[in-house]
Design a protein around this ligand. Structure first.
Ligand SMILES: Cc1cc2nc3c(=O)[nH]c(=O)nc-3n(C[C@H](O)[C@H](O)[C@H](O)COP(=O)(O)OP(=O)(O)OC[C@H]3O[C@@H](n4cnc5c(N)ncnc54)[C@H](O)[C@@H]3O)c2cc1C
Length: 407
């Protein structure tokens, strides 16, 4: 006879750990086992936030997310909000501090603190953690089959297998096949989000590798309609662009390109200005003085060069046309994006199981009784800044208590 548990949680990332902890807290008499295919648990938590784990953001609401409908996302986020997250981690012995940007990190500045606290909490609640135990198939009913040939019966299953970003951590998209086999659909498009973008080899911005400056990045449709816009630091790299503004805008740009091959990305290096206002401002001072006062020197010189304006041009020698070209390079620079850096460099996956297929009071599947889903496997992706973890904590919490209440 094969082993049997009341609830099997597949995936011991942020969402799965949360679901397992709250399932046991809700139904302490029931057995909860947490399975993960990875040899090292929580690898993604450990690398998150540059090794510091940006646990959440002080102001989280549905407007920071994309994918499923905002109303659906809000419904889940409200069940476990930021104060609840802060209180939960405090109870686990992890104090969070808020930085100027609004991001919350552990006071230790170590992601390890967060992972260890979650693992101790899960084991303390009586969750049995099994790894490496990769779930290769789930038969309705449920029978879990491991890739090593083991089998296990479970009355309920929570799928928390994440997306496809950073596949070497174990989140390689295998969970989508499990969800599909149990009756779910996956959005037509699944693609990297929060991902650096590439520019043509030799583009003048690549030569500025290492330089970071504030910019507004705007996605425009082929007809010029503004589709998305983010203002934050933009980092020039040897392959193209990275930094918070680029990561935030990336999923909107990639998504726009699926539907509109003429969609484009433009940069404004003086956020708040327009081509007209820069053009006006350039009428008085020499271009070099105007730009040097507002932009990093290397960027100022490069934009001048790209506009065909010699750095030392005196104001009275700047033709109307040259002034306009320079104003465009500063306030509306087209970025000829050639692609993105892919899942190995993406912090999140856009697309997944639509929330419309779940009962959001419990995260239980509407397609398969006894199955719940939470975390990044769902069609929800957030901005940079702690939003994706907040989604994992909130949806994991709802799946954990929702599933346990039905055991
Ligand atoms: C480099 C990087 C930095 C990030 N930094 C931040 C940050 O600071 N703040 C923030 O909010 N977000 C951050 N994110 C995003 C955040 O880490 C994820 O959104 C979040 O971890 C998703 O949690 P999850 O539990 O849904 O999935 P995951 O964390 O991906 O966990 C899924 C787990 O399921 C396991 N698994 C997959 N398939 C199977 C299977 N078939 N059988 C058994 N186990 C399986 C995997 O091994 C994995 O452990 C970052 C992401 C990356 C890649």
């Amino acid at each position: 006879m094969s082993e049997r548990v009341d609830m099997a949680v597949v995936g011991a990332g942020a969402a799965g750990l949360m679901a397992a902890i709250w399932a046991r807290r809700t139904a302490p008499g029931r057995s909860v086992a947490l399975f993960d295919g990875a040899r090292t648990l929580g690898a993604k938590i450990l690398v998150s936030g540059g090794g510091r784990c940006n646990v959440t953001h002080h102001a989280v609401d549905e407007t920071a997310f994309a994918g499923s409908s905002r109303g659906a996302i809000r419904k889940v986020l409200r069940r476990f909000d930021v104060p609840a997250t802060v209180a939960f981690f405090r109870e686990l012995g992890v104090e969070l501090k808020r930085e100027e940007t609004g991001k919350l990190f552990p006071t230790t500045d170590r992601a390890r603190t967060v992972l260890d606290a979650l693992l101790v909490a899960a084991r303390g609640e009586g969750v049995v953690i099994r790894n490496p135990w990769r779930v290769a198939g789930i038969e309705p009913g449920f029978v879990l089959k491991s890739s090593a040939g083991a089998a296990l019966d479970a009355a309920r299953v929570v799928l928390a297998t994440g997306g496809m970003s950073l596949p070497r951590t174990g989140s390689d998209g295998g969970g989508y096949a499990l969800a599909r086999a149990l009756g779910h659909t996956i959005t037509a498009r699944v693609f990297p989000g929060l991902v650096p973008l590439t520019l043509p080899h030799g583009h003048f911005l690549c030569a500025l590798s290492g330089l970071s400056a504030p910019a507004t990045l705007e996605v425009r449709s082929g007809r010029g309609r503004r589709l998305a816009s983010f203002t934050d630091s933009t980092l020039c790299t040897h392959f193209g662009l990275s930094g918070p503004a680029v990561l935030d805008v990336s999923r909107y740009f990639i998504h726009a390109r699926f539907h509109d091959p003429d969609a484009r990305l433009v940069a404004n290096w003086l956020p708040g200005s327009t081509v007209e206002s820069v053009d006006d401002a350039l009428r008085g001072p020499p271009p070099a003085r105007f730009l040097a006062a507002r932009l990093p020197d290397r960027l100022a010189r490069t934009l001048c060069e790209a506009a065909g304006v010699t750095w030392s041009t005196p104001a009275h020698q700047l033709t109307r046309e040259a002034r306009r070209t320079l104003a465009r390079a500063v306030a509306e620079l087209p970025l000829p994006v050639t692609g993105d850096r892919g899942y190995n460099y993406a912090e999140v996956t856009a697309g997944g199981v639509p929330l419309a297929e779940l009962d959001l009071d419990t995260m239980e599947s509407r397609r398969c009784a006894g199955l719940s889903l939470c975390g990044e496997i769902c069609d929800v992706d957030g901005r940079i800044g702690g939003f994706n973890f907040q989604w994992a904590w909130a949806s994991g919490y709802v799946a954990g208590i929702g599933g346990a209440a039905r055991m």
